[in-house]
Design a binder for this molecule. Structure first.
Ligand code: MG
Length: 195
């Protein structure tokens, strides 16, 4: 039942925030990975708080730990922003992932409604007391994370080149690849409708 409500909410918000979504979709290069923007780049852009999705952004779906390059990125991010200003906001907060982030001192936002509900981002805003535009969510899904940023008014780094592991987990990976493709198609279509 929760899924049905979430789909209904997504469709309503997709319609309401279609222009903001389209802007992110059109402005993001086709091969944007999280490590393409260094923590220094984010800081220079006026970002004070970094919120991270996990699947696709830090590692492939179902992975328990970030890839080695993203572990390095996280350490650089920690050195620059400090652990008080980095958060994990994943729709799949597995215990092993939470344990990894907690030992780094990074807080994981759990027990909130899943993205695209803006509740997780709102909680980060409340905890840090920064303005919404000083927060960035790094996420690979247009109709979950990126839509949540449009609703909450935060910045978004839309990852169009997510980590995938098709060779080892084709059955679990392919549905997510298809979902990402459908999301892009839907937003693209809205671009024509809303003209
Ligand atoms: Mg993801």
């Amino acid at each position: 039942m929760e899924l049905i409500y979430r789909i209904g909410f997504t469709l309503r918000m997709l319609h309401r925030y279609r222009r903001a979504l389209l802007q992110v979709y059109r402005q993001t290069p086709k091969c944007n990975a999280a490590y393409h923007r260094s923590p220094q780049d984010l800081k220079q852009q006026g970002i004070e708080v970094v919120v991270l999705d996990f699947d696709g952004v830090l590692a492939a779906d179902h992975a328990l730990l970030p890839t080695s390059e993203m572990q390095q990125w996280l350490h650089d991010c920690l050195a620059l922003f400090g652990h008080e200003q980095i958060f994990l906001l994943s729709n799949k907060p597995l215990p092993e992932r939470i344990a990894y982030f907690e030992q780094l001192g990074i807080r994981c936002i759990t027990n909130v409604k899943k993205k695209p509900y803006p509740d997780g981002l709102q909680q980060v805003i409340n905890l840090t007391q920064y303005a919404a535009h000083q927060l960035i969510l790094v996420d690979d899904r247009l109709l979950t994370g990126i839509l949540a940023t449009c609703i909450a008014g935060t910045q978004a780094n839309y990852i169009t080149q997510p980590y995938v592991n098709v060779r080892h987990r084709p059955l679990s990976e392919l549905p997510f690849m298809l979902l990402r493709l459908i999301e892009r198609g839907v937003v693209h279509l809205f671009g024509f409708i809303s003209k």
